[in-house]
Ligand binder design. Structure first.
Ligand SMILES: Nc1ncnc2c1ncn2[C@@H]1O[C@H](COP(=O)(O)OP(=O)(O)O)[C@@H](O)[C@H]1O
Ligand SMILES: C[C@@](O)(CCOP(=O)(O)O)CC(=O)O
Length: 344
């Protein structure tokens, strides 16, 4: 019998306030989605390597010596998993023989925070394998350390707070902390992946340069998006949520990203317009932009027409009847596990 630990974490949609975390230490409104990344961790005897495996949808493996992991040498295909191992295990002796195996329901590099879901789940699985029961904020901090400090992606706090805590939240980068708004959004969500994938690291570097150099439109975005985050928080905290009003705030958020940050694409804008014409109450890109996914809030009776409106476009459509209340979750087992045969 060999002990293993499995943890999962959801992806997230940013409903309002992309980039405010690193721009001004500001707040954003997020919801997690019922698309999760699962990571299983265990130890094998007699190995001085860290073994990394990812299944759907990437199917990749990587073997890294425990020494190289401890020294922080990156450049492999599964750097996010390696970084999570380094921040938790730290020393070659603790790293050697560790196996991490991941799989995800999320579109990767599409603005739904697959990277934070992965680092959050990996950090949690590794800590539970060691018999630790980390507090949620500790998992958030370590997952961010893996991405932002180890891999220097430049990411703020939003994604990590969203994926660990789960539900519909106002996340605050200054503390960092989370103020719950509701367990779920209360309206179906259609995710439209434009299949134009990009890396957040590159996008963030150029956005950070523009903000740091005083770009007037980026600073106007920071002011207007902050006001929008407040308005959306109020709208979602109402005792009876007016989804028509919420949808119009979501549309305003998309217009700010499109017109001030300039990170939409013609295909995203076409999808958003078609979704609204077909009956969606609001549509907006999520995350870094320059490709990736948008989402639409769609009442039940408009779902067929919104789905149909995308049918002639080169996109993937996912329909979620509700959003996800649960953040990071753990399943520990002591069942026998087989070392994956895909490791070379
Ligand atoms: N399940 C996974 N297995 C391995 N690597 C993953 C997985 N999910 C995400 N990643 C890593 O995260 C990167 C995508 O992160 P990012 O560019 O921040 O986009 P997003 O977080 O919006 O999906 C991928 O290129 C890959 O390196
Ligand atoms: C939205 C952002 O803060 C986080 C990145 O999100 P994602 O990796 O695109 O899901 C990046 C940005 O500020 O552009």
């Amino acid at each position: 019998m060999r002990a293993s630990a499995t943890a999962s974490a959801p992806g997230r949609l940013c409903l309002a306030g992309e980039s405010l975390d690193w721009m001004i230490g500001g707040s954003s409104v997020v919801t997690t989605v019922p698309l999760r990344t699962r990571v299983t961790a265990w130890k094998v005897d007699g190995s001085d390597m860290l073994s990394l495996v990812t299944g759907t949808p990437l199917f990749s493996t990587s073997l890294v010596s425990a020494e190289a992991v401890a020294e922080g040498k990156y450049g492999g295909p599964l750097d996010h998993m390696q970084a999570a191992a380094r921040v938790v295990l730290q020393t070659p002796a603790r790293i050697a023989g560790t196996v991490l195996s991941a799989t995800t329901d999320l579109p990767v590099a599409a603005g739904l925070s697959s990277s934070a879901a992965l680092t959050v789940a990996a950090v949690t699985a590794l800590m539970r394998l060691d018999g630790e029961h980390p507090a949620t904020l500790e998992v958030t901090r370590l997952a961010r350390e893996a991405e932002t400090h180890e891999l220097r992606t430049g990411a703020g706090w939003m994604d990590f707070l969203a994926c660990t805590y789960g539900g519909v939240n106002r996340v605050n980068a200054a503390e960092p902390s989370v103020a719950p708004i509701a367990p779920t959004l209360g309206i179906p969500v259609v995710i439209i992946d434009t299949n134009q994938h990009r890396t957040t690291t590159q996008v963030l570097a150029s956005k950070r340069d523009r903000f740091a150099s005083g770009d007037a439109r980026m600073h106007a975005y920071a002011r207007q998006a902050s006001a929008l985050v407040d308005a959306l928080t109020d709208a979602l905290e109402s005792s009876i949520v007016d989804f028509g009003h919420v949808g119009s705030l979501i549309n305003t958020g998309h217009a700010l990203l499109r017109d001030l940050v300039g990170c939409s694409t013609p295909l995203i804008d076409e999808c958003a317009q078609r979704a609204l014409t077909a009956g969606a109450l609001g549509a907006k890109l999520s995350g870094s932009g320059y490709g990736g996914a948008l989402f639409a809030l769609v009442p039940d009776d408009a779902l067929p027409s919104v789905i149909n409106a995308m049918s002639s476009l080169p996109v993937h459509v996912l329909v979620l009847p509700t959003t996800e209340p649960q953040g990071v979750a753990v399943r520990s087992t002591s069942a026998p596990v087989t070392t994956p045969t895909t490791i070379p």
